[in-house]
Design a protein around this ligand. Sequence first.
Ligand SMILES: *Cc1c(COP(=O)(O)O)cnc(C)c1O
Length: 399
Amino acid sequence: MEKMTIYADNAATTRTSEAAIKAMLPFMTEVYGNPSSLHSAGQRAKEALESARARVAAVLGCETREVYFTSGGSESDNQALISAARIGGRKGKKHIVSTAIEHHAVLHTLDALKKEGFEVTLVGVGENGIVTSGAIDAAIREDTCLVSVMYANNEIGTIQPIAEIGALCRARGVLFHTDAVQAVGQLHINVAEQNIDMLSLSAHKFHGPKGVGALYVKKGVPLTNVINGGAQERGKRAGTENLPAIAGMAAALEEAAANMDSNAAKARALRDRLIAGLSRIPHSALNGDAEKRLPGNVSFCFEGIEGESLLLLLDDAGICASSGSACTSGSLDPSHVILAIGRPHEIAHGSLRLTINAENTEEEIDYMIENVADVVARLRGMSPVWRKLMNGESSFVLA
Ligand SMILES: *Cc1c(COP(=O)(O)O)cnc(C)c1O
């Protein structure tokens, strides 16, 4: 097979769409005023800012004034959690419920809140990578001020029962935040129907520019500032608005929403072809539920190999992939998500994430299947762990 170049890391970031770039340019060339300025150049910028806000709100199913622009998913997660903690703290409610598979933007913010005296319950997920609303229900206490559950997981793509959890939190009078960074632009979301009080999104995950995102906050829920300064964003997020990026984000989101169903159908068909192909590799397993997963997410564990060497060899073959294991402080710890679905450490080390989209082709999928199979076989041929498995000194975990 001739060498191809394939970007299969869309969960890390996406290519900025033509529509987004086109929408950004006028705000760097003609309409460069500061939206806070009273003159006409400022007012034109202000109008564009509010138009972008209305368009983001329309896709989420909320009111325009419930959308706050931020620098991205991490900032939105930080502000949502800190705000809920402040609200709870004032009422003596210092317990937070979240899950074991959250993004570090949530987990590390929770760690910071723990140092302030908050108690955190991280609810586990099943082998399918999905938390049940029953488990969330059981974790909620009298002093719980917040439930935060991600909409879809960034490593294994599993989609969580957000509407069920939203209804539960509403019934029990607890604030509900969802990190929807992987879901926005890919799945139908309606914050009102799903009883979501706060939602984080990030433009660069849906073909918008990097460094911009939004936080939806239901009206009446008081936000705490994370960035202090000017009165931008209704006084809740200081700093001159990144208008080019915000305009690009709105355009990218509208485009994603308009094409959502057709893109999802195409991506799903390609995803399932890739899953079927990789499943033929012996002693391998798909991570996460086969159906309740993002249209473009493929995550596998291969027994007897190291994810990092797999990535390097795939890169040589022109394939940009991810291991799914977080590289923390220089040491290669296996991913907390892969461990949370019950994979042992040695299996979690051999994980691979390929995140594709509707623009990929069947030829690219087949190229990836062939190359992953080839690289896995080569690495196993050099692996002492594999040799022990083969000669019966240790036994296989994956069928
Ligand atoms: C990418 C991502 C984030 C962080 O978003 P940034 O805009 O890169 O800060 C947070 N949560 C999830 C689930 C993500 O995939």
